[in-house]
Design a binder for this molecule. Structure first.
Ligand SMILES: Cc1ncc(COP(=O)(O)O)c(C=O)c1O
Length: 402
C-alpha cells in the first residue's frame, strides 16, 4: 500500500499543480463525512464546494447513475436522451426558464450565456455587444467566463481577454448607472458573491439593474452556480429577491457529483441559439442527467427546502453566540440558507489547519472568510459536532493571543 507522501509526490509529478491539496488520503465518502484509509472520519463542511448537495454517496443518486449506465452512458447529440429531456422539463417547470442549454460545468454554462447575450445584442444592433459584470465576482476560468470574473489575480497572466467587457462596483447603483449604455447586451451578476467572500446583493441594486435593463434592453444574467439548487433555502436564490432574470446559470450540484452545467433561458432568449450556434460532444451526458433528475427530486421536496431554512437559523444562532464571545477572531457572519461566510480576518489559515487536526474540513475564500457550504441534508447532530469543534478551535486561537 502506498503512503500519503507517495501519493503527494506522484500528484506533484503527474498532475498540473493548479490546486492546493489537503493532506488527507480519502478512502470513501458518505453523507457529511470523508473517511481516510485509517478509518478516521472527517466532518465535511463544504461538500465538494457545494457539489454534494444531498451528501456523499446518496443512495437514490447512485441508483439513478447505475440504472442509466446499464442502458447507455453516451450516445451523441444525434440522439435524444430521455434523462436529459426529463431534467430539462423539471428545470423549466420549476423556474422562469422556457428552454435549457446543457453543458459540462459552471464556466461552460456562463460561456453559453455570453454567446446568447452577444447574439441577442447583435439581433438588435451590430454594436450592442458590451457585457458588464461586477468587481470581485467569480464566473469561471475559461477565457470568456474569466473575462467576466472581476478579479485581476485570476486574469492578469492570461490577457488579452474577451473584448468589450467592463466592470461595476457591486451594490453601487451610481457606478452601475455610469457603466450602462445602449451598447450593453447583458449584465452578469451573482446574488451572493460566493468566491468573493459571501457578499449579498442589495435589493436597491437589483431595482436599479431592473430599471436599467428595461430602459436599455439588456439581458440580466444571474450566475447561480453557487447559490442555486436549494443552497440558500429556495430552489433559486432569485426567489429571495424581486428580480426577473433573462438567463440563470447552474452547475455544481446539478449532476450529483457528475459534471453537468445548465443555462436557463427565459422568454427573451429562448430561441436565440439555433442549429450550429453552439454545442458539446459530451453534454448533456445521459448519466449526469439521470443523476440530475434524482438530485432535483430530492431538492424540490418542500420539506427539504424548509429544513434548510430551519438549519440556517439553528447554525446562525450558535455562530452568533461565538461571535459575541470571540469578536476579535469572529468579525462578521453573513449567511443565506446553508451558504455561510465567517469573517475570521488573519486567522483563516490557522483555523483551517487546526480544523484538519480536529477532523473538520473547512474551506477558506477571499483569504479570510470561512465559507460553509455543507450538504443541505446535514443533520442537527452534525451541526452540533461542527459547532463544538469550531468553538474548541476558535477558543484555542483566542487563548494563544491573550
Ligand atoms: C458563481 C460561480 N460561477 C462559476 C463558477 C465556475 O464553475 P466551474 O468550476 O464548474 O467551471 C463557480 C465555481 O466555483 C462559481 O462559484
Amino acid at each position: 500500500m502506498s503512503s500519503l507522501s507517495d501519493l503527494y509526490l506522484k500528484d506533484r509529478e503527474y498532475i498540473a499543480g493548479t490546486y492546493t491539496r489537503t493532506k488527507l488520503d480519502v478512502d470513501y465518502a458518505e453523507g457529511c463525512y470523508l473517511v481516510d484509509i485509517n478509518g478516521d472520519k472527517y466532518l465535511d463542511m463544504y461538500s465538494g464546494i457545494s457539489v454534494n448537495l444531498a451528501g456523499h454517496s446518496e443512495k437514490t443518486i447512485i441508483g439513478a447513475i447505475i440504472e442509466q449506465s446499464n442502458k447507455y452512458i453516451h450516445l451523441s447529440n444525434n440522439f435524444i436522451s430521455k434523462s436529459s429531456v426529463e431534467l430539462a422539463e423539471i428545470l423549466v417547470n420549476n423556474t422562469f426558464a422556457k428552454k435549457i442549454f446543457f453543458s459540462n460545468s459552471g464556466t461552460e454554462a456562463n460561456e453559453t450565456a455570453i454567446k446568447v447575450a452577444r447574439k441577442y445584442g447583435r439581433n438588435i444592433c451590430s454594436d450592442k455587444t458590451k457585457i458588464l459584470s461586477a468587481y470581485n465576482s467569480f464566473h469561471g476560468r475559461t477565457m470568456g467566463s474569466l473575462s467576466l470574473t472581476g478579479q485581476s489575480k485570476y486574469q492578469e497572466n492570461f490577457k488579452p481577454l474577451l473584448s468589450n467587457i467592463d466592470y461595476f462596483e457591486y451594490n453601487n447603483v451610481e457606478d452601475l448607472e455610469k457603466k450602462v449604455s445602449d451598447d450593453v447586451c447583458a449584465v452578469f451578476v451573482e446574488l451572493i458573491q460566493g468566491e468573493g467572500g459571501i457578499v449579498p446583493i442589495s435589493q436597491d441594486f437589483i431595482n436599479k439593474l431592473s430599471t436599467l435593463s428595461n430602459r436599455y434592453n439588456f439581458l440580466i444574467v444571474v450566475d447561480e452556480i453557487q447559490t442555486g439548487l436549494g443552497r440558500t433555502g429556495k430552489f433559486l436564490a432569485c426567489e429571495h429577491f424581486e428580480i426577473k432574470p433573462d438567463i440563470v446559470t447552474l452547475a455544481k450540484g446539478l449532476g450529483g457529483g457528475l459534471p453537468i452545467g445548465a443555462t436557463l433561458l427565459g422568454d427573451k432568449c429562448r430561441d436565440i441559439l439555433v442549429k450550429g450556434d453552439h454545442g458539446s460532444t459530451f453534454a448533456p451526458n445521459p448519466v449526469a442527467s439521470a443523476a440530475g433528475v434524482a438530485v432535483l427530486k430530492i431538492i424540490l421536496d418542500d420539506k427539504f427546502l424548509k429544513n434548510i431554512n430551519e438549519k440556517h437559523d439553528y447554525l446562525v444562532n450558535r455562530l452568533k453566540k461565538l461571535h459575541n464571545i470571540y469578536p476579535k477572531i469572529i468579525k462578521d457572519i453573513r449567511a443565506s440558507g446553508l451558504m455561510l461566510g465567517i469573517d475570521v480576518g488573519d486567522y483563516g489559515q490557522i483555523i483551517k489547519d487546526k480544523a484538519l487536526e480536529n477532523k473538520l474540513l473547512l474551506n477558506i475564500t477571499a483569504g479570510k472568510i470561512i465559507r460553509l457550504l455543507p450538504a443541505l441534508n446535514i443533520t442537527y447532530e452534525e451541526l452540533d459536532s461542527f459547532i463544538q469543534k469550531f468553538n474548541h478551535i476558535v477558543c484555542e486561537a483566542y487563548l494563544n493571543e491573550v
